[in-house]
Design a protein around this ligand. Structure first.
Ligand code: DX5
Ligand code: ZN
Length: 218
């Protein structure tokens, strides 16, 4: 079964607990938390304090996407806040092997993300250690951006490499996932679909989550 990870970036933060419940009712498999620092990306969101609060709202695993500089310095705090997965970017983590090992040493699953202009072959040496590979299908920083179709060939490539090599990582897509793009993303071989605006930006969070989940599992 393909999974959905609603991103609270587009949620109503005055009512986060209720919004997360609605996503759960709609079949959410993860709650995706976008951490932005105003340096690696041009936007600032929230930190471990909010992740810890989200953890108290749900039993679902928290999928924590770090779009920050000096990720190593904060990984332990996010692990303690209750992250189930911590994903770091390839582009700004120079010692990726060490960072991935650090995440795993804290009992958390480790993901590695690549921006739209970053090729899969930059991950060759880390794929066997990763629990998740996140293919950004927009340039990170904001919700509700337009999906970049050319990124899908990287999803297909990751699937092929996983089959050939016997690796175990999940393939996740993040950015511009909605009812119009979901079918092609599923066909390319994505396992986990992050969706912010199309779920939390809609009038009916549960129905939108359910619609997306049905669509990708047809
Ligand atoms: C973008 C974030 C995404 C974002 C996706 O930088 O990493 O997780 O919430 O938002 P939508 O689904 O609205 O494109
Ligand atoms: Zn994200």
């Amino acid at each position: 079964m393909r999974l959905i990870a609603p991103s609270i970036l587009s949620a109503d933060f005055t009512n986060l607990s209720q919004q997360i419940k609605y996503a759960e009712v709609g079949g959410a498999d993860f709650i995706h938390c976008d951490i932005m620092d105003g340096h690696f990306v041009p936007n600032i969101t929230f930190g471990p304090l909010v992740v810890k609060a989200v953890k108290r709202c749900t039993k679902l695993p928290l999928d924590v996407h770090l779009m920050i500089e000096n990720a190593d310095r904060y990984i332990e705090q996010f692990a303690k806040a209750g992250a189930g997965y911590i994903t770091v970017h390839q582009e700004n983590n120079r010692h990726l092997d060490r960072t991935v090992a650090l995440i795993k040493s804290l009992g958390v699953k480790a993901g590695v993300a690549i921006n739209p202009a970053t090729p899969v072959n930059t991950l060759t040496e880390i794929l066997e250690y990763a629990d998740m590979i996140l293919v950004m299908t927009v340039n990170p920083g904001f919700g509700a951006q337009k999906f970049i179709p050319s990124t899908l060939r990287k999803v297909a490539e990751l699937k092929e490499v996983r089959e050939k090599s016997g690796y175990k990582y999940l393939i996740e897509v993040d950015g511009g996932v909605n009812r119009d793009t979901a079918g092609a993303i599923a066909d390319a071989g994505c396992d986990v679909f992050v969706a912010g605006n199309s779920i939390f930006g809609s009038d009916n969070i549960s129905a939108s989550a359910m619609e997306l989940k049905n669509l990708i599992n047809r």
